[in-house]
Write a new protein. Structure first.
Length: 365
């Protein structure tokens, strides 16, 4: 009998603890449910950019036009016009004006800084952004530091694309408001460190003070919930948005993505330390053979026919063997080409189900 009291006390405390945990879990799940039922998930990214959902459409060459950007913004995300695709300040101004006519929601412009013998008119393009009233700019490529003061003076928020923690910290130091952390899975340029998002995102969360979004491998509600769990404040999708009704690309491009698996991308230009993830095709196979044959003697001029100026032929004409075009491993998770609104609504509603049902069932087990 002497042991009965403490044993019963321990049993009571354990039962009380279980009840307390279940009650607290139920409160959390109910709270999550109430927040997510209207699909307005509030994060530091949604607050920073004034958007409803923590979903960004990244800038993509010959994809990021006003129609797609406006569709994403109208659906509650952040649409992005690709600046360099427009080519000139005048054309960029016209595209910004068109986007303003299609949406009254926030949208941004992507400005990518690349080494070039004949660089674009960056000052003129930034002036077009300012004159057009755009308040969000996604920067990529080289360090955007020289343009930060001009943007800050105009009240523009800057999100810079980074493929490493060290680059993200540099972006934070020079005054960027947020970063897009691009894991090794991403289409386009994943950097040279080859770090996937399951490592890169929590590392970024450990180091950064500014908010960041996950990019690379993002396709659906599972991507969003996982990204939030790993410390991101939202996600950036590129390839997934190409496979939508509003994406202004040839139907062959959309079908190529729908027909691809996660095994169908290739890394090109690795010997030049300008790695790009692209969808495999005959032109890419030719490029890779040249890289193999020439080895250390490879020069950019040797592969220029497969990488330079091929986007119009692919995206507009649908010539899928013309050469290298950016595509993420996430193609293996893309099974349809819905409207942008349907896609974003589906992601948010399924995120609700994941948090309120699947994760709740784990807590309740």
């Amino acid at each position: 009998m002497d042991n009965a009291g403490p044993k019963n006390d321990n049993h009571f405390l354990l039962s009380y603890y279980k009840l307390y945990v279940r009650f607290e879990s139920a409160q959390v799940i109910l709270f999550s449910k109430l927040i997510l039922l209207d699909w307005n998930m509030k994060t530091r990214i949604t607050e920073l950019f004034g958007i409803e959902h923590p979903i960004i459409q990244g800038g993509m060459h010959y994809v990021g036009y006003a129609n797609l950007a406006a569709a994403v913004s109208n659906a509650g995300g952040l649409g992005i016009i690709t600046g360099l695709t427009q080519g000139t300040p005048e054309k960029l101004s016209a595209e910004i004006k068109r986007c303003n006519e299609l949406t009254n929601k926030p949208f941004g412009v992507n400005m990518t800084f690349l080494p070039s013998l004949t660089p674009p008119d960056y000052p003129g393009m930034f002036q077009a952004i300012i004159d057009g009233g755009v308040k969000i700019v996604e920067t990529a490529g080289n360090n955007p530091q020289q343009w930060i003061p001009m943007m800050k003076e105009a009240g523009i928020k800057v999100i810079h694309k980074c493929t490493s923690v060290r680059h993200s910290l540099k972006a934070q130091k020079i005054g960027c408001d947020a970063v897009s952390v691009d894991g090794f899975e991403c289409g386009g340029h994943p950097g040279e460190d080859d770090i996937p998002n399951f490592i890169l995102l929590p590392r970024a969360a450990d180091e950064l003070d500014i908010p960041f979004v996950a990019s690379g491998g993002m396709a659906d509600a599972r991507s969003l919930v996982a990204a939030l769990s790993l410390g991101a404040e939202g996600m950036n999708m590129g390839t997934r948005f190409i496979a939508t009704e509003e994406a202004p690309v040839h139907e062959n491009v959309k079908q190529a993505i729908l027909g691809a698996s996660e095994l169908d991308t290739r890394l090109v230009m690795r010997p030049l330390r300008n790695t790009e993830r692209v969808l495999n095709n005959a032109g890419v196979e030719e490029l890779l053979q040249k890289e193999k044959d020439l080895g250390e003697n490879l020069q950019f001029s040797d592969i220029i026919d497969q990488v330079a100026g091929v986007y119009p032929d692919i995206m507009i004409n649908g010539n899928m063997d013309a050469g290298a075009w950016s595509c993420g491993m996430v193609a293996g998770l893309i099974y349809d080409a819905p409207t942008v609104a349907d896609l974003i609504n589906r992601i948010m509603s399924e995120a609700d189900e994941l948090i309120a049902q699947r994760l709740n069932s784990v807590l309740s087990a």
